[in-house]
Design a protein around this ligand. Structure first.
Ligand SMILES: CC(C)(COP(=O)(O)OP(=O)(O)OC[C@H]1O[C@@H](n2cnc3c(N)ncnc32)[C@H](O)[C@@H]1OP(=O)(O)O)[C@@H](O)C(=O)NCCC(=O)NCCS
Length: 151
């Protein structure tokens, strides 16, 4: 089941994201950041266990970003990431957003979901604010991928 996140989910979301952040797959998130952005988050639950999360963060007039997409290791390759991403894209469509991007090293996963690789420089400067907090900065290994919504 996929639904919007609630306050009671936040600590579990943080644990999931920060476990991946330890290997550099995601940026770590503080509790305050997660509480502030709770409305961005969807979670996937099965038998009362949260198996995945995904955030859709609006960054510009008609542009949003997929952030903190994570599926528990033991639940990967079962289509959960795919379903979370589709749900976030559906919300973007309902909001009238035209472009959704991700900064990622999971190029194959996003390609499979019809995202196309673009030059990072094509994205507005505003979105680079977070990069400074990344432990890998300035040696970034992520690519920018974009999905165009037909509204
Ligand atoms: C990326 C991630 C969210 C994918 O979640 P998932 O639930 O395993 O993905 P799905 O099962 O929905 O995969 C859909 C398709 O994407 C492709 N795919 C998924 N993970 C892949 C990988 N690691 N390598 C290559 N292809 C992959 C596959 O083609 C898969 O279809 P298939 O299993 O029929 O071949 C998950 O691997 C994860 O949490 N990774 C760590 C955090 C991360 O890097 N997040 C992305 C940051 S933007």
């Amino acid at each position: 089941m996929i639904r919007k996140a609630r306050f009671s989910d936040i600590k579990e979301i943080q644990r999931l994201i920060n476990r991946y952040a330890q290997d550099g797959a995601l940026l770590p998130r503080s509790l305050s950041e997660l509480y502030e952005n709770i409305r961005d988050f969807f979670i996937y639950k099965e038998k009362r266990r949260m198996l995945g999360c995904c955030a859709l963060h609006i960054s510009w007039k008609d542009l949003a970003e997929i952030k903190s997409l994570a599926v528990r290791r033991e639940a990967r390759r079962r289509g959960i990431g795919n379903r979370l991403l589709r749900t976030a894209l559906q919300e973007a469509k309902e909001l009238g957003i035209k472009k959704v991007f991700a900064l990622t090293n999971q190029e194959k996963f996003f390609k499979k979901n019809s995202f196309k690789k673009i030059k990072k420089e094509k994205l507005p400067h505003k979105i680079w604010g977070e990069c400074i907090r990344c432990p890998k900065f300035p040696d970034c290994d992520e690519v920018a991928m974009i999905f165009l919504i037909d509204n």
